[in-house]
Design a binder for this molecule. Sequence first.
Ligand SMILES: [Zn+2]
Length: 350
Amino acid sequence: MDTSRKSPGLLQRLAEGPVICAEGYLFELERRGYLQAGAFVPEAVLEHPEMVRQLHREFVHAGSDVVEAFTYYGHREKLRLIGKEHLLEELNRNALAIAGEVAAESGTLLAGNLSNTNLFEPGDNESINAVRAMFEEQAAWAVDAGADLIIGETFSYTAEALIALDVMRQTGLPTVVTMAFHRADATREGDTAGESARRIADAGADVVGLNCCRGPWTMLPLLEDVAASVDCHIAALPVPYRTHAGEPTFQSLRDPHCDCLLGEMPFPIALDPFTCNRFEIAEFTRKAHALGVNYLGVCCGGAPHHVRAIAEALGRTPPASRYSPDMSKHAFFGTDAMLQAHNTGASDQI
Ligand SMILES: [Zn+2]
């Protein structure tokens, strides 16, 4: 074990209260113009490291306790797809170094990150071996960088998550494993959320739960199942979009008010009108926490104001809370006695 690891670590923090982990780097950097939608490879850690560093800092400022290295989709299969496999190691090491710098300066935790490979095929030994090798190389880079914990996320197959967990556990670091549920209330091999979580918990994960695909209101029922099925720490990182029973994932959302999309789906770059506001994220946080969820965040689409809403819903005041709204001095809608009555009393401004 690395004795230089920061104290308190993940497990001690979870014993003391909820832990917040901001995600959503792909979507936010895409919106800011530093990452291409489609292949969604985190080349920004090589091409615009200052922007990645800045976003890490913004999430910490807003209340994140974990700085997750931006290696989501930074694995061998994705880099092969874009013809840049030779950049694999440099990309991972850069991502970990940038996140480690922000974690060190802020006293937060550095997390290594493994994710869905899109290569895993049940029963195909060749794919299983390739997936394990991909996880092993990324986990080793995370250990080299001094990670405080390691996250495996967005898996659609419990079996793929279990391979990742096996590799993650060999690092000796605390582990967080989260599954992504698509339209069906089951993993691709047919596990319910509770069954999947139990298999992962039984295999030794410290934190199990759900991330991505589902918005707050369609993730909550699955979280109830998870909470009823495991005794370990539970994670919830929904996408901040207004999914509902008929369109339970952000991929399934359709926008009847817009006829100028490139295709049929608003996903992934025209989801703006479905974005949850900060009050909805706060409401989700309270409901999830009441179920026993104690590792909270938002995934694709999340922005710093969502993270601050999570923190404040948990009773915290991160540095960004200094700028939380105070409408009392608003020129037209405020209540302060010094405001101009001809503005505050004007019905034409509403
Ligand atoms: Zn996501």
